[in-house]
Write a protein that binds this ligand. Sequence first.
Ligand code: ZN
Length: 208
Amino acid sequence: MAGVRTVWRVTDDGDFFCASCGGDRRYQRLAGRRRLTVLGVPLLSRGPAAPVLECVSCRRRFPERALALPTTTQLATLLREATHSVALAMLAAGGVDAEPARRLALDAVRDAGFPDCSEEQLLTVQASLAARSLSLMAQEASETVAALTPHLATPGRESLLLRGARIALADGPYREAERAMLEALGAALWLPPADTERLLTAAATATS
Ligand SMILES: [Zn+2]
């Protein structure tokens, strides 16, 4: 006869990754007020209920922290930007003069989601960054990579470091600046220094 009923109203909407649908969906943010009801008639307010997100497609409800998960579209963008900045950082550390390194950097950028990027465009961006110090480049690349890191499993994080390593190795053994850049990227990818070291050594052994 008596119970507590929550009355929901929509306060906001947007896109999120629905773990139930397994894809990018619209959500509605719902704010709720709990009311004591007697015989179905709402009487006393029992205060607000925690806001929830409701998937517009499957109607499953999630706590607001579901928004911390990127949509697949956001994830693709993060990956593209991280790969782009790793490629630029490695070119900056190793010099753009080496043709093989440039080609690998371009492959990395194209694979990551800029399929039409031309060598000229890459060099133009590179040239505009040339005035910056390597430590600033390392810091910026690390920040871009760090935005992606929490969303990647270990193999994905290792593979991004290896892409950088291969660009560095394209024109011979690691230079000191390349090694420093890769170590900074390894840290931004949450790889323990010993793992970064192991991966860099393995990449060098495979190339030589
Ligand atoms: Zn859903």
